[in-house]
Design a binder for this molecule. Structure first.
Ligand SMILES: [Fe+2]
Length: 398
């Protein structure tokens, strides 16, 4: 990027990060003069009591609300319209999303639809809405997606199963909130997958084709925090230092990619999520090392800095050697937090052509450091798959 160009930066209007920050939500609802609030979430978070922690704050402040708990992973257009109908029929004026990317993405979609009308498909792409959406308070419960601080959301087309990525500053949250107390109950596998999602955001933003000094600083610090704290957060979910560090990491990584871009890891992961419902963080974690290998010749210096941020000693090494250490460090971290291989999912090699074609057309792929060919993408997916198959055989025999 030429730094004499003017760059427009995006962020949520307000942000709260830290222990018990949910108790401040009523202050923000008063500023919005909110009469009735729609809480958008999923049944799992209701069941484990996370939603109750937030709604008890609303009860105490005597704020009127209703709960839509029909969000599912990789939410489809159907879920968006269900939530939108709920919002209208209950006469709400503010949305509180409680969840990871899925609930926050549904709230952003409802926010845009409420202010702009039309169909959600109309907003597929970049800057497609005319008006600011209705206010969203995005309460993040997983330290990964960055959805609470980004100007983007993803909705799966019910019919084609492909993912639509909407990049739209009108969906930015009025308040983004990361309270580590809401994350203490997250199981290790989810902590791992969402943590690697945050790492992927930071790495893809750092090596993308349009980084800025601002997004570089956010990305490198996020990479450093994930590398230092994710293992502890996975091992001991109640470690508040690790949970708080992961909140900062995921927020900074989210701001970084929202203001720079992503790359081919997300381009492929979006398809794996849409086709097989593979959780987003896992899909990223499975693809990240191979895509880094593919991109490495085009960004060796930057990958050397990634290695350094991950704690690797690169002082006397060439960029070529140091950049390889970044990929090794990512592989080690994924192994330590027990990311399963692609061959243990519903992925089938016979779908590789379609997946690769859709990945090439995905908005995230547009900012990959180099423009891949269809064959490149097919090869990356196939290598990732067969590498897992071989590893399983080795482990079984070994
Ligand atoms: Fe992501």
């Amino acid at each position: 990027m030429e730094h004499n160009e003017t760059v427009e930066l995006y962020q949520p209007r307000h942000t709260l990060i830290g222990r018990d920050s949910i108790t401040r939500i009523p202050d923000f609802l008063r500023r919005l003069n909110a009469k009735k609030v729609l809480v958008i979430t999923d049944k799992g978070l209701v069941k484990i009591g996370t939603v109750g922690k937030v709604t008890s704050v609303l009860d105490e402040a005597q704020i009127s609300y209703t709960v839509f708990d029909g969000v599912e992973p990789n939410p489809t257009t159907r879920v968006v319209y269900q939530a939108f109908d709920f919002f209208k029929s209950n006469d709400c004026s503010v949305l509180i999303a409680i969840g990871g990317g899925s609930s926050i993405d549904v709230a952003k979609a409802v926010s845009i639809l409420s202010a702009n009308g039309g169909k959600i498909e109309d907003y597929n792409g970049v800057n497609k809405s005319a008006k600011q959406g209705v206010p969203v308070i995005a309460v993040n419960t997983t330290a990964g997606t960055g959805s609470e601080c980004t100007a983007a959301y993803v909705v799966t087309d019910e019919a084609s199963k492909s993912k639509m990525l909407m990049v739209d500053p009108n969906c930015l949250a009025f308040l983004a909130l990361d309270d580590p107390m809401l994350m203490v109950g997250m199981p290790p596998s989810l902590t791992a997958a969402t943590g690697i999602d945050a790492l992927t955001h930071a790495i893809e933003a750092y090596i993308c084709s349009v980084p800025t000094p601002y997004t570089d600083a956010l990305a490198l610090e996020a990479i450093r925090l994930v590398s230092r704290h994710l293992r502890t957060a996975v091992r001991d979910g109640s470690d508040m230092e690790a949970r708080t560090a992961m909140c900062w990491a995921e927020y900074m990584a989210g701001l970084s990619f929202s203001n720079a871009g992503l790359g081919l890891v997300h381009g492929i992961a979006h398809q794996l999520g849409g086709f097989y419902n593979i959780p987003h963080g896992l899909a990223n974690a499975m693809m990240l090392p191979r895509v880094m290998e593919y991109n490495r010749p085009y960004c060796m210096g930057r990958l050397a800095s990634v290695a350094q941020a991950m704690g690797e000693k690169i002082d006397d090494l060439s960029a070529d050697a140091a950049s390889k250490l970044a990929i090794e460090a990512v592989r080690r971290l994924c192994a330590d937090v027990k990311i399963p291989p692609l061959c243990e999912t519903k992925f089938r090699m016979e779908d590789v052509d379609t997946l690769a074609k859709n990945a090439l057309a995905d908005t995230a792929t547009l900012t990959n450091v180099v423009r891949p060919t269809l064959d490149d993408v097919k090869t990356i997916i196939a290598k990732t798959y067969f590498e897992g198959v071989v590893m399983k055989k080795v482990n079984a025999n070994g």
